[in-house]
Design a protein around this ligand. Structure first.
Ligand code: SAM
Length: 227
């Protein structure tokens, strides 16, 4: 019933109570309950249509007694200390990071966060660090031509810090640098080179060109490309 992307997210769930924020059809909490990965769950949705889809799906699977479908913005739908795992999937990094920022009063018990972003995952990492979390694991994967990143985060009880390169590319992903990682960042590298070649000799773009050149140099280092 669920796709490989959500299956990969679900593989990290092994908790008491889950909150899936932006749950849409509630596929993830339904799967997590059916697979006994959690005992109870909340499916949160801010938009009426997907909220109704979640309500109906939960009913269809006879899970009304285990999954509460709640209409509301981000982490507003949960109480403090109510859950020990939160998933936020299928959104851009900046939106995930905004949801975490606005709901930080619901993170004081440091629930495990499993976050799957479609783009700009760096924004998620920066927010996690600001909120006192550390990155336990990361996955980069491709499904139907789209590249997704998954971050598993827990309370930073080791005092670990991350440099700018780790925040951009992912501290765990950098240790693996698998095929999908190379594909994603090589595409970005070629894109930046094309843009740079177009603007490098235009005076009004001097600063932007310098910025892009810096990014190109970083990518060359990370991808081991000969200068
Ligand atoms: N999580 C599902 C998945 O990964 O397949 C659905 C992803 S869908 C692309 C994003 C969902 O997040 C939409 O249903 C949208 O209404 C919901 N959403 C966006 N912003 C939200 C917010 N601030 N709070 C709760 N839900 C939100």
């Amino acid at each position: 019933m669920i796709n490989n992307r959500l299956l990969a997210v679900a593989s990290y769930i092994n908790h008491e109570k889950l909150a899936d924020i932006g749950s849409d059809h509630a596929y993830l909490p339904i799967y997590a309950i059916e697979q006994r990965k959690v005992k109870r769950a909340v499916a949160g949705e801010v938009v009426q249509g997907p909220y109704m889809a979640a309500v109906e799906n939960v009913k269809k699977y006879n899970l009304d007694n285990k999954i509460d479908v709640r209409l509301g913005n981000g982490l507003d739908v949960i109480e403090q200390n109510e859950v020990d795992c939160i998933t936020i999937c299928g959104m851009g990094g900046p939106l995930i990071s905004e949801i975490l920022h606005n709901g930080q009063d619901k993170l004081t018990n440091f629930p495990t966060l499993i976050l799957q972003s479609n783009i700009h995952t760096e924004a998620v990492r920066n927010k996690l660090i600001a909120l006192g979390y550390m990155i336990k694991d990361e996955v980069i994967m491709k499904e139907r031509k789209h590249v997704y990143e998954i971050i598993v985060a827990e309370r930073n009880d080791t005092g670990i810090t991350y440099n700018d390169i780790e925040l951009k590319f992912g501290p765990v992903l950098l240790t693996k640098k698998d095929e999908v990682f190379y594909e994603k960042w090589l595409r970005e590298y070629h894109h930046l080179k094309t843009v740079y070649d177009v603007i490098k000799s235009e005076e009004k773009h001097v600063e932007k060109a310098a910025e892009i050149l810096n990014d190109i140099n970083i990518l060359q280092e990370v991808l081991n490309i000969e200068h």
